[in-house]
Ligand binder design. Sequence first.
Ligand SMILES: [Zn+2]
Length: 98
Amino acid sequence: MTAELHCAHCDQETLHTLVYAGRLLVSTTCQTCQTQVKHEPGDLRIQYVKDLENRILTKPGRLWKRFWRSPVAVFWSFPKKTIEQPRKIWDEIKELFK
Ligand SMILES: [Zn+2]
């Protein structure tokens, strides 16, 4: 996947290679100078979970509030049965926090 983006190194709009994990952008590489810009894995995970949040229709608000305060810790203590989410989504999240 490619897109025209501004490259700080070339100081102009150049063609970049975009690398995605699912629907999220992981890194962009300038095809002219090969400068790669990586997106923070931490940010990526938070973005990903926020994205999931939008996909989840029934969400217990209090749990999510706790989740934002301490995502990893709360995730592992999630009583999964209290959240009736498709198993697939939790498997996706688990992958991210491994
Ligand atoms: Zn460049």
